[in-house]
Design a protein around this ligand. Structure first.
Ligand code: ADP
Ligand code: GLC
Length: 487
């Protein structure tokens, strides 16, 4: 089979390194981006490969598999890299059973993080750097190493410390709240040089920070929205790394995420009655089906949905506080999520308190999430911080009006309804600030009013659905970044 990757005139070879990739392993938006961005770039002539850990069972998904790299002792055991195709991508899987063949998720089992996470992802980063330095056994060597989040943060660092100067590196921050901190006694075990254990290197309050190692060594740094790029330099958002980020401001860019237009397409979604901006009829059918699936009764006002990890970041407590007024005003809420036990319990309580108006599904369910976007009137994303956020963009695609906090990528992707933006025919959602209880309850009041104005609501929904949020256009910014590194 000949694909874009096989053509002679490739624009450049890129090794993308990450801990998740949609279609293989996913806990959040990182996986969506790691899967969709290389696919979009490959279609434009870039030779993209994605290096991931071979978590339990993953190697079985690989097609045309062959071994392209091996080491007898990789952080305590034998390891090899398997190349093949999976999830529509060229994938390299790091098969190191002592690190990755275990029960549980990618980072934890039974609610507890694996104690050797620093070693596990240092090993991933080490192999990425080794492939960048020497190439694979089948002679593939990248021009650019693209590391995602702390799990790949050590990859640019190993490259730098090993004096590899003919491969450029990019580090993308998807969420600075996770930094990959390890105790300093692990220095040698992580194959890191003692000479770089200082405040200008990877030392962070006496510990090792994998993310910081990447931040101080990568040629370029990106994050997933322009607003988050600015926020990262502030103490409220930088999580202690704001100074490091500010010192690299000239090498930092905020490049907005996109969504996979093929997967998130209301006109071609097997989970729903299909519809489009021009033929929106199916939406009402999906709404009725969703009310029934969640056991909700007649809802005179807007049916809001929430599809989210249930953590402090996501502002779930704000939703709980705003619920009584929202329900009294005729609204209803359907929730799909999992996460912190206290938030799960509070949501279940709300379900009991507001029967027929609030319904909660605890768990992770891709199909149900599609049906929720298909049938919801509005999607709530009241995050306290949000590097980019994807669900507000699914909301735009599906005409499920996003109600978002004015932070990070939420601020950059939704045009909030104001008298001016409505008069100009520009509004695509509701954006609120400050991010507190009053802010969200005012936003929900506004939602109820807008929803009641049928004509205005229909216009806003059409505009939302016509907003271009796809990777086909947004990946161009990454192509430009890669080009600038290669010129
Ligand atoms: P984050 O990565 O911080 O969790 P994003 O908005 O970037 O936030 O991405 C979250 C992704 O995970 C989206 O694709 C969303 O639809 C999905 N998701 C989150 N929770 C669930 C769930 N319980 N079931 C199905 N999909 C979920
Ligand atoms: C992180 C962020 C989220 C972002 C995703 C993909 O998980 O929390 O805002 O959309 O990465 O970049």
């Amino acid at each position: 089979m000949t694909g874009a990757n096989d053509r002679a005139a490739v624009r450049g070879r890129v090794l993308s390194v990450a801990s998740e990739c949609v279609g293989l392993i996913k806990t959040g938006g990182l996986a969506d981006v790691v899967g969709a961005l290389p696919a979009a770039l490959a279609a434009q002539g870039w030779d993209m490969r994605v290096l991931l850990p071979a978590y339990r069972g993953l190697a079985a998904h690989l097609k045309d598999t062959r071994e392209v790299w091996a080491e007898t002792d990789l952080y305590g055991g034998p390891a090899r890299v398997l190349a093949g195709r999976a999830a529509g991508l060229r994938v390299l899987l790091l098969d190191a059973p002592h690190l990755f063949d275990r029960e549980g998720g990618p980072y934890s089992a039974h609610g507890a993080d694996f104690p050797d996470n620093p070693e596990r992802f240092a090993a991933l980063s080490w192999v990425a750097a080794a492939i960048a330095r020497e190439g694979t056994d089948d002679d593939w060597r990248p021009d650019i190493l693209h590391a995602h989040d702390w799990q790949a943060g050590l990859a640019p660092a190993y490259l730098r410390y090993q004096g590899v100067s003919d491969v450029r590196s990019v580090l993308t921050i998807h969420n600075i709240a996770f930094q990959g901190i390890a105790a300093s006694y692990k220095l040698s075990a992580l194959r890191l040089p003692h000479s770089e254990f200082h405040s200008g290197g990877f030392e962070y309050w006496g510990n090792i920070s994998s993310l910081k190692a990447g931040l101080v060594t990568a040629d370029r740094i990106t994050t997933v929205s322009p607003t988050y790029a600015d926020e990262l330099m502030r103490p409220e958002f930088g999580m202690g790394l704001e100074g490091v980020i500010a010192s690299r401001a000239s090498d930092l860019e905020g490049l907005l995420n996109g969504v996979d237009e093929a997967v998130w397409d209301p006109a071609n979604d097997p989970e729903i009655a299909t519809y489009s901006a021009r033929r929106p009829k199916g939406k009402a059918q999906n709404r009725a089906a969703l009310l029934e699936e969640f056991g909700l009764g007649e809802v005179p006002g807007p049916l809001a949905i929430l599809v989210s990890r249930l953590t402090g970041q996501k502002g779930i407590d704000l939703v709980l506080a705003a619920l009584p007024d929202f329900v009294a005003a005729g609204g209803a809420l359907a929730v799909l999520g999992s996460g912190e036990p206290a938030l799960e319990a509070a949501l279940r309580d709300a379900e009991v308190r507001f029967p027929g108006r609030v319904a909660v599904r605890i768990g992770y369910d891709e199909g149900l999430s599609h049906r929720m976007f298909g049938g919801g009137d509005a999607v709530l994303v009241p995050s306290r911080f949000e590097p980019c956020g994807l669900t507000q963009m699914y909301g735009l695609r599906y005409g499920t009006i996003p109600v978002v906090a004015a932070t990070g990528g939420l601020n950059d992707t939704v045009i909030g309804a104001t008298p001016a933006s409505l008069a100009a025919g520009a509004a695509t959602g509701i954006v609120f600030h400050p991010i507190d209880n009053l802010g969200l309850s005012q936003a929900l009041r506004h939602l109820v009013q807008l929803h009641a104005d049928e004509k205005e609501w229909a216009r806003m929904r059409t505009r939302a659905m016509k907003t271009d949020v796809g990777w086909s256009s947004r990946s161009a910014a990454y192509a430009a970044l890669y080009e600038s590194l290669l010129s």
